[in-house]
Ligand binder design. Structure first.
Ligand SMILES: Cc1cc2nc3c(=O)[nH]c(=O)nc-3n(C[C@H](O)[C@H](O)[C@H](O)COP(=O)(O)O)c2cc1C
Length: 208
């Protein structure tokens, strides 16, 4: 075994260990609005479910180092929008939209509409103001429940907990509340620029 002590390694190397070991990660494609109504979209692979009653999910925006020379840090637009408006939508990322998702991960000024940037279609939500991504087959309308700041250092971050008020699932994907993984064709994130498809699966029965 090789052992790495977090206290002795650089943040970059620790980050590489984390994104290489914690795999595959699902991707929350988060739509939000700023106070003026400008649409924002960004992918977050620090993403999971927390509770089904009530239905709560989380994603984690990291602290961005804006200028390595001066060491300025900044919050991502998604976090600022969620703090300001307390609403967001999580859209599931599939093979069909992975390239367009990737376009929205570029660092662009807050006034840029990232639906337009990526060529994705905003679909009005029913209970929250941020639009859904029409091209995503599963969309979750969320109301902010809590933000936990874990670290304010660059590459540190916060946990955003959202209650899912409404799920939208494309008609042909769902039967009796079961989502067909083959039709969904979700993708996951590995380390670096690597992704996985979800076509290679196996079943395992739980012990009695
Ligand atoms: C697949 C993928 C997953 C990502 N996951 C995260 C994440 O979990 N946390 C994070 O802070 N940034 C993550 N990023 C980077 C953000 O998407 C990127 O910083 C984006 O510009 C943030 O946009 P915003 O400033 O509009 O919120 C990821 C990027 C990609 C392509």
């Amino acid at each position: 075994m090789r052992t790495f002590d977090s206290a002795r390694e650089s943040v970059q190397n620790i980050y590489k260990l984390m994104i290489g070991a914690i795999v595959p990660r699902p991707i929350a494609f988060v739509s939000s609005l700023d106070e003026r109504g400008v649409r924002n979209l960004a992918p977050f692979s620090y993403f999971t479910a927390v509770s089904a009653d009530p239905p709560v999910v989380l994603f984690c925006p990291s602290v961005r180092r804006d200028d390595p020379q001066r060491g300025l840090v900044a919050h991502k637009d998604t976090l600022l929008n969620v703090i300001a408006t307390r609403e967001f939508v999580i859209n599931v990322v599939t093979e069909a939209i992975v390239e367009r998702m990737n376009l929205t991960s570029a660092q662009v000024p807050p006034e840029v509409d990232e639906f337009e940037l990526a060529g994705l279609t905003p679909l009005p939500s029913e209970l929250v103001k941020p639009p859904r991504v029409a091209e995503s087959p599963v969309q979750m309308e969320c109301r902010l429940r809590q933000i936990i700041e874990v670290s304010d250092r660059p590459a540190g971050g916060s946990i955003v907990l959202g209650e899912v008020l409404r799920f939208h699932v494309r008609e042909d994907l769902v039967e009796n509340f079961r989502i067909d993984p083959e039709k969904l064709a979700a993708i996951g994130r590995m380390g670096g620029p690597t992704y996985v498809r979800t076509h290679d699966r196996f079943d395992l029965k739980r012990p009695e």
